[in-house]
Design a protein around this ligand. Structure first.
Ligand SMILES: [Zn+2]
Length: 475
């Protein structure tokens, strides 16, 4: 949900408000799950590199101004690098809609939430072992119907709106310290906040290019200030600040994340920083999370050096690199700033299942000629693992002509794998080549297709009988 919200917020900020938004929190907008968790600095999700404003998006099924809070210093709702004029963005996320719908974006500055904190409520507190985390909710009223504001009684903190043919008087504002509403006469949509204990932000627009003195922030002693500037530098041009960034990168007293990002900002134009990231990724002294973060940052660099570095990590050159780090490097070669499908095929054939599946999953839909040729070779060979991989990858792409062509020269075992793969390809595509199949393969395929006619093998019935039989116990 968070990923959808962050993406919708970023687009809204760009299209409607003219910001130039980057992910400040790496992967704020990506849903790939890795087992190695990187403890990142507590930072807002998004940053505008033109005006320097930070944005923290919060998506929930129900629209609510809710933030996690804690009694632990450094973990309160205020912490995490949000300055008074930075914006929290609350949104409703409908995961049941297809495509997922994000709506009713509400922009609020940290200052406004601060001003209204006496009206906020503490939610249920979790166990102390979880860091005494709790939720804090700032009340607002967002009716689930559209209407128009009829009248606002500021003294009694009540608001009357149209509701269908009649009107409705909202009574709960009297409990709030302040009462902010849409003005009388304003029409509102279903789900839009009409009244709240906090002031909804009026100026969300970008102050424009050059309005942020990011070079000064690079020199700040406050990491919450310095980190966004370090990260933004790669988008704003590092030429004039190379020495500063290099100083940050090489100062061992700095947090490793800051040093790594300084190299990442320099890496697009400075091959030595790619080498530095490679040593973060594969150096013997690096902790697993450092290796992962270095791989992620290498994946963001559009250069041949970065491709070479990712390849080296993925192949585990020179170090006993954990499989997940290698898998992440493979993932970067397939989905990163510069993709290298040719490098992936060797990884598809890696003995580690983690590495090979990650590499296979990110091979492009349109296979380059060199990859296709290699896969066809695998079908001609007698390595069943390679043959199965090749058959899968071709079938996923509906390359059925190639599969049928490969049948003729294949060993019996591989022929079985090819027929199985044809069963996975779209039936429409296979029907076009079915006449070219020998009788045995055709019979095999017919058996696979018979599954579609078997009502007990459909997604909603598959395994149901076994599950029911487990429930026949009665003592
Ligand atoms: Zn901006």
């Amino acid at each position: 949900m968070g990923v959808y919200a962050a993406d919708a917020v970023a687009r809204d900020l760009e299209r409607r408000y003219g910001h130039r938004v980057i992910e400040l929190e790496r992967y704020a907008k990506a849903n790939k799950v890795w087992q190695t968790k990187v403890k990142r600095m507590r930072l807002p999700d998004l940053l505008c590199v033109d005006c320097g404003r930070r944005f923290e998006s919060k998506g929930k099924t129900k629209l609510e101004a809710k933030l996690s809070d804690s009694t632990v210093p450094g973990r309160t709702w205020r912490d995490g690098g949000m300055r008074p004029d930075d914006l929290f963005v609350f949104a409703r996320v409908d995961m049941k809609a297809d495509p997922v719908r994000v709506s009713n974006l509400v922009y609020v500055t940290r200052r406004s939430l601060e001003d209204a904190v006496s009206s906020s409520r503490e939610g249920k507190r979790k166990a102390v072992s979880e860091g005494a985390e709790m939720d804090r909710v700032w009340p607002m009223w967002a009716p689930d119907y559209a209407g128009e504001v009829v009248a606002v009684d500021e003294e009694r903190k009540k608001i009357r709106v149209t509701k269908g043919a009649g009107t409705y008087l909202y009574p709960n504002g009297s409990r709030w310290g302040a009462f902010h509403t849409l003005p009388a006469g304003t029409a509102f949509e279903a789900g839009q906040p009409v009244a709240s204990c906090f002031r909804v932000a009026e100026s969300v627009g970008c102050a424009g290019e050059g309005s942020w003195d990011w070079r000064a922030d690079l020199l700040s002693g406050d990491e919450d200030v310095r980190f966004p500037a370090v990260k933004a530098a790669r988008f704003l041009g590092t030429r004039t600040v190379e020495d500063v960034l290099l100083g940050i990168a090489q100062d061992e007293g700095n947090d490793w994340r800051l040093r790594l990002e300084a190299h990442a900002s320099l890496a697009a134009t400075r091959p030595a920083s790619v080498a530095a990231l490679l040593s973060f990724a594969s150096g013997a002294a690096s902790a697993p999370e450092v290796r992962m973060e270095a791989v992620f940052s290498l994946s963001e660099i559009d250069s041949q050096e970065a491709v070479e570095a990712l390849s080296a990590v993925a192949l585990g050159v020179g170090a006993a690199t954990a499989d997940e780090v290698r898998a992440a490097a493979a993932w970067g070669l397939g989905t990163g700033a510069r993709t290298a499908p040719g490098r992936l095929l060797r990884l598809v054939d890696d003995p580690s299942v983690l590495v090979s599946t990650h590499a296979a999953a990110v091979l492009p839909a349109r296979l380059p000629e060199e990859c296709l040729g290699e896969l066809l070779d695998w079908l001609r060979g007698d390595d069943p693992r390679r043959a199965a991989t090749a058959a899968h990858l071709l079938a996923e792409r509906d390359l059925v002509t190639e599969l049928v062509d490969a049948l003729a020269g294949a060993s019996e075992k591989v022929r079985g794998l090819i027929v199985l793969a044809l069963g996975d390809a779209s039936r429409e595509a296979v029907l076009g080549v079915v006449a070219r199949l020998d009788a045995e393969s055709r019979a095999g395929l017919a058996a696979l297709w018979a599954k579609d006619d078997d009502w007990l093998r459909q997604p909603e019935t598959d395994g149901v009988l076994d599950a029911l039989r487990l429930q026949t116990l009665r003592f």
